[in-house]
Design a protein around this ligand. Structure first.
Ligand code: FES
Ligand SMILES: [Fe+2]
Length: 337
């Protein structure tokens, strides 16, 4: 098994928030390596499964998100209310049908965040450590998905993750977007498999403006600055002031130098419908700025030489210590291969 397969199969991955799948038939589809994973609201139960029909392998869903039925367009097999429905059942050998089922994956809630793992090597609590409670609290502050962004990074997934783990590039790569916040005094907290970056916002007018809209929110979890939580190996959750959260998944593809990039923007609870209305332009511009930041990150990541591996910790500045932590996590997994 490749390292990427082991990481996908044996770790928990944050794949969605409960608010994304409120109605029966709501679904989200994600890709990692050669697999498509669907998270689906089946009459209130969220089922997570490999997006392939157990009959002859046709993909049930072809869109990244939406509302529909698990129903195969080839010969009409379907799944609802926890059971597989097979038309003309009598045509098949009953003994063979007995073992046929939807290819489900294990899932686990951390409050309103859903984590998925094919064959986890530890419990979700063990993997998240002290970050578990923080994520749970954050999840209760989220009410809606405001953006769903699907793309690729033309680089190895490790390059994309390492880029997301350090703020030193911000003034160079994001001068007109994230850089305007003037992130300063960054502080890293490292746990076993997660790491948290907090940075202050030194641009005074922007800080004041952000603080002034707090009265429109109904949130009980806030760091008045920029925060990003890395969940080894593929996922990142970042926020400014806790007003919205950007979930980013950097999943390996089956090809070298190509990463599935999926990001979603979640918005935090507002005080009232009027407050939500007033915040609409703010959330829209957050989504737009985030997309621009990701494009800027992609543009620089694809310029990293494919065969470049920097030699260990010596080249990492203190602001890059989360990269060192990420590499150490990776080395721990590779040792066991
Ligand atoms: S492949 Fe799906 S019903 Fe035949
Ligand atoms: Fe960046």
């Amino acid at each position: 098994m490749s390292t990427a397969q082991v990481l996908r199969d044996q770790f928990w991955h944050l794949l969605c928030h409960r608010a994304e799948l409120p109605k029966n038939g709501d679904y989200v589809r994600l890709n990692w390596l050669d697999q498509e994973v669907v998270l689906f609201n089946d009459s209130g139960d969220i089922v997570v499964f490999d997006n392939r029909c157990p009959h002859r392998g046709v993909r049930f869903f072809s869109e990244d998100h939406g509302n529909g039925a698990i129903s195969c367009p080839y010969h009409g097999w379907g799944y609802r209310n926890g059971a597989l429905h097979i038309p003309c059942r009598e045509h098949y050998d009953p003994a063979v049908l007995e073992g046929v089922k939807l290819g489900k994956l294990q899932s686990e809630w951390c409050a309103d965040f859903l984590f998925v793992s094919p064959a986890p090597r530890m419990t979700l609590e063990e993997q998240l450590g002290p970050t578990y409670d923080q994520l749970a609290t954050i999840s209760f502050n989220i009410v809606e998905r405001a953006d769903f962004n699907v793309g690729y990074f033309e680089c190895d997934w490790q390059v994309a993750v390492e880029n997301a783990l350090e703020p030193l590039h911000v003034p160079y790569v994001h001068p007109e977007t994230l850089g305007l916040l003037g992130l300063a005094n960054d502080d890293n907290t490292l746990h076993e498999w997660t790491s948290v970056l907090r940075a202050e916002i030194s641009d005074e007018p922007r800080f004041k403006k952000l603080r002034s809209i707090k009265r429109l929110f109904n949130i009980d979890e806030q760091y008045e600055g920029y925060q990003s939580i890395f969940m080894f190996p593929f996922s990142m959750l970042s926020t400014t002031f806790g007003y919205s959260y950007s979930l980013q998944n950097f999943f390996p593809t089956a090809e070298a130098h190509r990463t599935y990039f999926r990001s979603r923007l979640y918005t935090a609870a507002t005080k009232s419908p009027a407050a939500a209305e007033a915040l609409k332009p703010f959330f829209e511009s957050s989504a737009q700025v985030n997309r621009q930041v990701f494009d800027e990150d992609h543009a620089i990541c694809r310029r990293v030489a494919h065969d470049f591996r920097s030699s260990g910790a010596g080249l990492l500045a203190p602001g890059e210590e989360k990269i060192g932590h990420f590499r150490a996590c990776l080395a721990r997994v590779e040792e066991t291969l």
